[in-house]
Ligand binder design. Structure first.
Ligand code: GLU
Length: 498
């Protein structure tokens, strides 16, 4: 195979937000194209006028861009094989429909909905699957004219000869099915609109798609599509059907498992790199078993041969873990930019451009918070020890700590020194503590625990050597949620005891 010519496509129906299943399909196509220096096409299957919306189109484009899955041909990108929206391709469908009609490979069907429904009901009652019996297949030209004369607008069906339809799926291996399991299927409806199976074949053929990589839910459509390629005398692409994605309970991943739109994961603070990595592992695995993979590594290693045919189980815990791993690759400045929207929304940082001193403080804050989060949104609760301070809410254990023999002595001395020194200076906190240790002759937990209680009004929390300078410098800034400095905090804890 000339691998330079790999052409794959992602063909969503813009009827809502993309969910993890769609996005995985897009990703596998994109990875395959990039791996082989091929072309990744985006095609919008928007023939369902009632459910397709421009808003959904925009959200599909935005989601793909956020994931970094840029398309080489498609809406906005253009390309030689357009248009890339099915509603703009009706002329092409009609032309091919006419070719099939003229060649006697398709025929108009005048059966009414009632006739078809009666047939379906009979089949149901007899426990059979309904197959169109071919009623209109052999109407004469006069009979067809007569029906048209009655004002009946026909559907068009493909004339499918009884045969075994076979193809080899890249993931599932050989597939064979008898054409009588589906019969003469509909190419276009009485209103002239193409069916999915018809439009998709015309589009994939005219867009010179070499590999159709899509969800397993389309596997049963593929034999119908294969007979149409044959009827049109067009080359058949290779097919790769991706196994289902299951939720942790073993059922198909769906709304039952919470919001599974990509949008929801972005809002929860996942990084695109983690989504790319996590979705790649849903059904594909690296030959060396590496789990944390960058986009570049995935492009180098991805291939269809390592796609698993058994269902993949989505595990959000694993995705969180990947997110934390990918977060490490960023500098504090980059993490600051990523968590800022969340802190602004929580009213902790001002909206709009930051003054230079606030900006550099926010970067140190990000350096502290990033140690304590997996997801970007978690930066808000992780920043509680910086922005919230209320000794009145101290729990029993913390209060008990204050009753320890040296606690009050340590706290008083700390408050006094902290009021005198500039604790925003690196190393100043350590110097202060060492001084107290020598002066008060208190060490270890008896020294550090009261200081922690004084500074945070809590038993545990961030490393004080990092937290104290942030509190000290933050207390000098005008922030929407003011930060109290370490001296003032300790004084308030002491006040509680008096
Ligand atoms: N519009 C179809 C879907 O979203 C595309 C199926 C295909 O890739 O052929 O499921």
């Amino acid at each position: 195979m000339n691998t330079d010519r790999v052409r794959v496509r992602f063909a969503p129906s813009p009827t809502g937000h993309l969910h993890l299943g769609n996005v995985r399909t897009a990703l596998f196509n994109w990875l395959y194209a990039r791996r082989h220096g091929g072309t990744f096409i985006l095609r919008l299957e928007d023939t369902d006028a009632a459910r397709s919306t421009q808003e959904s189109v925009l959200s599909v484009l935005e989601d793909l861009r956020w994931m970094g899955l840029e398309w080489d041909e498609g809406p906005e990108a253009g390309g030689e094989f357009g248009p890339y929206r099915q509603t703009e391709r009706y002329g092409l469908y009609t032309a091919h429909l006419n070719r099939l009609l003229e060649a006697g490979k398709a025929y108009p069907c005048f059966c009414s909905q009632e006739d078809l429904e009666r047939g379906r009901a009979e089949a149901r009652a007899a426990g059979r699957t309904y197959i169109y019996p071919g009623t209109c297949r052999h109407l004469t030209a006069e009979q067809r004219e007569a029906r048209r004369g009655e004002g009946i607008r026909p559907a068009v069906r493909l004339h499918v000869k009884p045969q075994t339809v076979s193809f080899t799926d890249v993931v599932r291996g050989p597939v064979s099915i008898h054409s009588q399991t589906f019969g003469d299927w509909i190419l276009s409806r009485p209103d002239g609109s193409p069916t999915y199976n018809f439009a998709v074949v015309i589009d994939d053929a005219l867009m010179a798609v070499t590999h159709v990589i899509r969800g397993e839910d389309h596997l049963s459509n593929t034999p119908k599509q294969v007979v149409l390629y044959e009827a049109l005398g067009l080359p058949i692409p290779r097919f790769a059907h991706l196994s289902m994605i299951l939720g942790p309970d073993g059922g198909k991943l769906s709304k039952r498992h919470g919001d599974v739109s990509l949008d929801a994961f972005r809002a929860r603070g996942y990084l695109p790199e983690a989504m790319v990595n996590g979705l790649a592992l849903l059904g594909w695995s690296d030959s060396e078993g590496q789990e944390i993979l960058t986009r570049e590594e995935l492009v180098q290693r991805f291939d269809l041969e390592r796609i698993n045919k058994s269902a993949a189980v989505f595990d959000e815990g694993k995705l969180r873990h990947l997110n934390a791993a990918h977060l490490k690759a960023y500098s504090d400045e980059q993490v600051e930019a990523m968590i800022r929207p969340h802190l602004v929304q929580a009213g902790r940082l001002p909206a709009g451009p930051l003054a230079p001193e606030v900006q550099s403080w926010a970067v140190s804050l990000a350096g502290l918070l990033r140690q304590r989060i997996d997801l970007l949104t978690e930066a808000v609760p992780a920043s509680d020890p910086v922005f919230l301070f209320d000794p009145a809410t101290m729990d029993e254990a913390a209060r008990a700590g204050l009753a320890e023999p040296d606690a009050v002595r340590v706290l008083r001395a700390f408050a006094e020194e902290a009021g005198r020194m500039d604790l925003s200076v690196p190393g100043a906190y350590r110097e202060l503590v060492m001084g107290l240790k020598a002066r008060l002759k208190v060490k270890g937990k008896a020294l550090f625990h009261p200081i922690r209680l004084g500074v945070t009004a809590a038993d545990s929390g961030p490393d004080l050597e990092r937290l104290v300078p942030i509190l000290a410098s933050g207390s000098r800034l005008a922030l929407p949620t003011p930060v109290l400095g370490p001296a003032e905090r300790t004084r308030r804890v002491l006040a509680l005891l008096e």
